[in-house]
Design a binder for this molecule. Structure first.
Ligand code: AR6
Length: 185
C-alpha cells in the first residue's frame, strides 16, 4: 500500500528491514545502543561488528530520541537508532515518546541529507506496544513531518508479518480518510 503527501510517499511492505535499499534504515534500539534482540540483533548481525564499534562511541540514546551511524555491510548507507518506549497501558507518556522516536528519526535523517528512510514497527515487539495503537502514531507522526519537510521523499514501513502489515494498512486507510494531505496512490 502506498499514499502520497505532496511529492513524498509513505509505503507499507511486508519484509525484513535489514534488506532495504533506502538511504537509511531505522533500528528499534535500546538506550545503551549496544545491540539486543529483534530488529536490533538482526541489524547488528547484517551490518557486521563495525556497527557496534561505532554505536558504543555514541553515548547511548534517551527514550524518544534517535542517533545515526554508518550502515557498514548493509545496503543502506546509514542506520538511525531510535529508542521507543516500553508500553505501559493508560500512560499518556508512551504515545508521546513513540511519536518522538519517529519525529527525531526523521529530523536526524534530514540533518544528514537522507531522503529515503525505512522504519520497522518500533516498540511493538519486546517493548509490548499493541500494533493497533502504535500504527496510527507511527503513520500520523510521519505524515505530519512529510507535509512540512519535502526533502524527505520516501518513508517505507517494513512490517515483519502479515498481522503487523494489516494493522498498518488499517491505520493508513483511516489516515487517508481523515487527513486531506494524505492522498491514495
Ligand atoms: N525486520 C522488520 N521487522 C522486524 C524484524 C526484521 N528483521 N525483526 C523483528 N521485527 P523489536 P522493540 C519486528 O522487539 O519492541 C531489542 O532487544 C517485530 O515483529 O525488535 O522496539 C532492543 O535492543 C516487531 O513488530 O523492537 C530493545 O531492547 C518490531 O519489529 C528492544 O528489543 C519491533 O520489535 C526494543 O523493542
Amino acid at each position: 500500500m502506498r499514499v502520497h503527501i505532496n511529492q513524498a510517499a509513505i509505503e507499507l511492505v511486508q519484509g525484513d528491514i535489514t534488506e532495504q535499499d533506502t538511504q537509511a534504515i531505522v533500528n528499534a534500539a535500546n538506550t545503551t545502543l549496544l545491540g539486543g534482540g529483534g530488529v536490533d540483533g538482526a541489524i547488528h548481525r547484517a551490518a557486521g561488528p563495525r556497527l557496534l564499534r561505532e554505536t558504543s562511541t555514541l553515548g547511548g540514546c534517551a527514550t524518544g530520541d534517535a542517533k545515526i551511524s554508518g550502515g557498514y555491510r548493509l545496503k543502506a548507507d546509514h542506520v538511525i537508532h531510535a529508542v521507543g518506549p516500553v508500553y505501559r497501558k493508560d500512560d499518556p507518556d508512551v504515545a508521546r515518546l513513540l511519536a518522538s522516536a519517529h519525529r527525531r528519526s526523521l529530523e536526524v535523517a534530514l540533518e544528514h541529507g537522507v531522503s529515503t528512510v525505512a522504519f520497522p514497527a518500533i516498540s511493538t515487539g519486546v517493548y509490548g506496544y499493541p500494533l493497533h495503537e502504535a500504527a496510527p502514531i507511527a503513520l500520523g507522526t510521519t505524515a505530519d513531518f512529510l507535509r512540512d519537510h519535502p526533502q524527505i521523499t520516501l518513508v517505507r514501513f517494513v512490517l515483519f508479518d502479515q498481522r503487523a502489515l494489516a494493522a498498518f494498512e488499517a491505520a493508513l486507510a483511516d489516515l487517508s480518510r481523515s487527513d486531506p494531505n494524505v492522498q491514495p496512490d
